[in-house]
Design a protein around this ligand. Structure first.
Ligand code: SF4
Length: 309
C-alpha cells in the first residue's frame, strides 16, 4: 500500500471519509486547495510564476472551483495572482524545491508531501490565515509532521505562509492587496515606513489582480516595506531516533495501516469531523447528511470515480 501522512490524517478524522476518497473524488476544489496546487507547482517548476499559473490551469480543467461570493473566474484570477507572488517569495527565500522519491515504510511505500531544498532540508509548507503558538503546535503535532518525521527519519522544517483571512471570496493580505499612490501608480505601500511616512487618505486600496503590476515588482515593494518576515516563518523540527515519541508514532502507524485498509463507507459517521472549525464543511455531507437514503451513484453531479492508475 502507498501511505501518506494525509491518509493518516483523514483516517483520524473519519474512516468513512477515507473509504469514500479511496474510490471517488469531488468534482469541485476549494479556493485554498487551488492555491496550494498553484504554489506547489510554482516552487518545483522551472519558472515560479509561469509554473504556478500552469498548475492552476491544469487543476481548473479538471475541477470546478468553489467560489462562494465571487464569480468562479474572479476566484481563479485572485488565487492565480497570489500563487505567483507566494511561489516567487518562497523561491527567493529558499531556492527551488523538488518532490522526494517514495521510500520503503515496513512492507509499504511512503509517499511524502514534503518539499526538498537543494541543501537537503525538507520543508512542510502550509498556508494559514494567521500564525500563533496554538496553530504552530497543532501543525507540529499533526500527522503531516509526525508521520513524515517517523517515516523518513529526517528533520522537517515547518514553513508557514500567512495568507490572511478569507472575506467575500478573497484573501486579505499583503500578498494580494496594497495601497497605491493616487497619481504615481508605480508607488505601492504595504506598511508605514519610519523614514518616509507619507501615507495619506488619498492612497487607494488595490488588489493586484486588478492592476498590471508584475509579481516581481509587487514582491520587491513588499520587501521594501519589510512585511515579508511576518508572512513566511519557519521552525525546524529535529528527528531523534531515540525519542520515544518517534518510536511510538512508528508503532502506532503500523497498527493503524490495517485499520485504514479495512475502512468502509458503512463505518459510523464521525460527526465532530463533519464541520471542523478552520477546515470548513466535509465535502461528503450531501451523502452522509441527506434526509433520505442516497447512494453515491445518485450524486454523480458532485463526485466521480477516481481514475485507476
Ligand atoms: S460528512 Fe462527516 S461522516 Fe460523512 S464523511 Fe464527512 S466527516 Fe465523515
Amino acid at each position: 500500500m502507498i501511505v501518506t501522512s494525509q491518509l493518516f490524517d483523514i483516517h483520524d478524522r473519519c474512516p468513512r471519509r477515507l473509504a469514500l476518497e479511496r474510490t471517488h473524488e469531488p468534482l469541485t476544489i476549494s479556493a485554498t486547495g487551488l492555491l496550494y496546487a498553484g504554489i506547489e507547482g510554482g516552487i518545483i517548476g522551472a519558472d515560479p510564476c509561469v509554473s504556478a499559473l500552469d498548475s492552476i490551469r491544469a487543476i481548473t480543467s479538471r475541477f470546478d472551483v468553489q467560489s462562494g461570493d465571487l464569480a468562479p473566474i474572479s476566484v481563479v484570477r485572485h488565487v492565480g495572482f497570489m500563487a505567483e507572488v507566494i511561489s516567487l517569495a518562497l523561491i527567493r527565500k529558499f531556492g527551488r524545491f523538488s518532490r522526494i522519491a517514495n521510500t520503503v515504510f515496513g512492507s509499504h511505500e511512503w509517499q511524502s508531501n514534503l518539499f526538498e531544498r537543494k541543501n537537503g532540508d525538507l520543508h512542510r509548507i502550509f498556508l494559514v490565515s494567521y500564525l500563533d503558538d496554538d496553530s504552530l503546535r497543532s501543525f507540529a503535532h499533526s500527522w503531516g509532521t509526525v508521520g513524515e518525521l517517523a517515516a523518513l527519519e529526517r528533520d522537517v522544517t515547518l514553513t508557514a505562509v500567512v495568507i490572511g483571512a478569507q472575506r467575500a471570496g478573497r484573501r486579505h493580505s499583503h500578498w494580494s492587496r496594497c495601497f497605491q499612490h493616487p497619481v504615481q501608480k508605480s508607488a505601492l505601500r504595504f506598511a508605514s515606513r519610519k523614514r518616509d511616512d507619507g501615507f495619506t487618505k488619498g492612497w487607494r486600496e488595490v488588489w493586484r489582480e486588478m492592476t498590471d503590476i508584475s509579481a516581481a515588482t509587487w514582491l520587491d515593494k513588499m520587501g521594501t516595506d519589510d512585511v515579508l518576515p511576518d508572512l513566511i516563518q519557519s521552525r525546524r523540527v529535529p528527528y531523534r531516533p531515540d525519542d520515544y515519541r518517534m518510536v511510538k508514532a512508528r508503532e502506532d502507524m503500523f497498527k493503524i495501516i490495517p485499520q485504514m485498509e479495512s475502512a468502509s463507507i458503512d463505518d459510523p459517521m464521525r460527526r465532530s469531523s463533519c464541520d471542523e472549525v478552520g477546515r470548513g464543511a466535509c465535502v461528503w455531507q450531501r451523502l452522509c447528511w441527506s434526509p433520505t437514503p442516497v447512494e453515491l451513484d445518485d450524486l454523480d453531479y458532485l463526485f466521480r470515480e477516481r481514475a485507476t492508475e
